[in-house]
Design a protein around this ligand. Structure first.
Ligand code: SF4
Length: 474
């Protein structure tokens, strides 16, 4: 990648073919069909033989609950509407099987952090929650758990909350979206303001240390005044973490080919986001990730660490979830079609250099990439690892270095997503990029007008990061 022009073209090529989301991660698209036995063998091998992998002492557990009571119009999570309650029991049986499989693999690791996401984890009743938590305790014993749990206000109850609090609820994430019921109905969601406030108050009353409200900016009929009102109420109630996600609309494809109407929508959405951020910052909240603001850092750090810093392994249970042992393997489970059998898995070996690049990119976006810290963690200087990439980014004016700390220039907000996409590529070693290129080359036709490819457009639009990328890149 020594030729600047080649590098630019290559980056453009990658983005053009399939802009990769931070959630997918670069390595995700390289994964190929694999078997659980191979995944386990690989992890065990690296835990036995690789000093870097041995230094990863924590494994965060993630349990996906893919069922929902209804299908919200704005949602692109891996989920399906629950047809019959029995489906949940069959699903739990499969989860237990998957846990058994991982039990010996994680032996000796700290597995105290447990995150429930969905779908709708609060759709599980008390006894189902207990069953899942018992299975986790049996397979991954810990002295104390820190549970991060996503709840839909319409399905959380006092009895469920009691179970969670008893088992170590550390953070409750409430799917508020908006407190305006007229807006909520517009996006095919069914919850009342009363239910939302009940969730916040009950969690705080029960002593849950971190109570998070998820909001969506740009929903139909939503106004700047509206989000001001919502935030005031939520902050007055004591919410201490807020996520502000941009609404992408029902007809997402339209966002890729902006019309007057779409541009108006984007303008309104951005004004709402800006207002929300200003209110949160004024109230002492600090940005902790993309769209995420927290009053005190601990609750949010878990989430950040879980997905970005690669300081711990992540082990996902359920369909369409990922797992990652930094420096060893990355895997993604398949299938929402067969809810009770999600044994299919795509996996990709992952080496330490990938971890180093990813770490460097995330550090620059968040607290700054410190040369000393990098050396301490990886036993190699950051310049020895990715000098070429850093210099390239510096030349583009995207990053700056002061007192051995590399940092993104300017404020890091939604609008910087495009830079991040670029950033996370140039730091990778050429051989990794070559493998990636090989994988994509079969799909790439330079004569093709990709804007006419609906499936790609949908893929772009299905992700809020890339929707923004499109906007900024236009
Ligand atoms: S309840 Fe949550 S996961 Fe389910 S469709 Fe609505 S937003 Fe998506």
């Amino acid at each position: 990648m020594s030729n600047d022009k080649d590098l630019r073209n290559f980056l453009f090529f990658l983005n053009e073919i399939k802009p990769l989301t931070s959630e997918d991660s670069l390595i995700g698209v390289l994964a190929t069909s694999s078997k659980w036995e191979d995944v386990a063998r690989s992890i065990n091998n690296s835990r036995e033989n690789d000093v870097f992998v041995q230094s990863i002492a924590k494994a965060h557990l993630y349990v996906h609950v893919p069922f929902c009571e209804n299908s919200c119009a704005f949602c692109y999570c891996a989920r399906r509407v629950l047809k019959q309650p029995l489906d949940i029991d069959a699903y739990i049986t499969s989860l237990k099987n998957q846990m058994k499989f991982f039990s010996p693999v994680l032996k000796g690791m700290d597995t105290s952090t447990l995150c429930f996401g969905g779908g709708t984890p609060s759709i599980l009743d008390e006894s189902q929650l207990d069953t899942v938590l018992d299975a986790l305790d049996k397979n991954f014993p810990v002295r104390e758990r820190k549970i991060l749990f996503e709840a839909n206000p319409s399905s959380l109850s006092q009895a469920k909350l009691d179970v969670l609090v008893k088992r170590g609820l550390f953070r409750l994430s409430i799917g508020v979206q908006s407190l305006d019921e007229k807006i909520i109905k517009q996006v095919a969601r069914f919850q009342t303001k009363k239910q939302v406030l009940w969730c916040v108050r009950s969690a705080l009353k029960a002593g849950v240390p971190h109570v998070n409200a998820d909001l969506i900016a740009g929903l139909p009929y939503q106004t700047v005044q509206g989000i001001k009102k919502d935030l005031k109420m939520l902050l007055d109630e004591g919410v201490n973490i807020v996520h502000v996600y941009p609404y992408c609309g029902k007809n997402l494809k339209a966002l890729c080919a902006p019309s007057e109407e779409v541009l108006d929508f984007i303008k309104r959405r951005d004004a709402i986001i800006k207002t929300a951020i200003a209110i949160l910052q004024k109230a002492g909240f600090k940005r902790k990730g993309l769209g995420s603001y927290a009053l005190d850092s601990e609750g949010e750090e878990y989430q950040e660490e879980l997905y970005t810093r690669m300081e711990a392994a992540v082990v996902g249970f359920g369909p369409l979830v990922m797992g990652q042992f930094p420096g060893s393997i990355f895997y993604r489970t398949r299938g929402l079609d067969s809810m009770s059998d999600f044994s299919g898995v795509d996996a990709c070996p992952e080496d330490k250099t990938y971890v180093m690049s990813h770490f460097a990119a995330m550090a620059m976006i968040t607290e700054g990439l410190k040369s000393q810290g990098f050396l301490k963690r990886f036993g190699m200087g950051v310049l020895d690892h990715c000098q070429e990439g850093l210099e390239y980014l510096k030349k583009q004016g995207l990053i700056a270095c002061s007192k051995s700390v590399w940092k993104f220039t300017g404020p890091w907000e939604f609008e910087r997503v495009r830079e991040y996409v670029v950033l996370s590529r140039v730091l990778f070693k050429p051989d990794f990029l070559r493998r990636l290129r090989k994988r994509f080359i079969s799909q790439y036709d330079p004569r093709c007008d990709y804007s006419k490819r609906q499936s790609w457009l949908e893929a772009y639009a299905n992700n809020w990061l890339t929707t923004l990328y499109y906007r900024v890149g236009a």
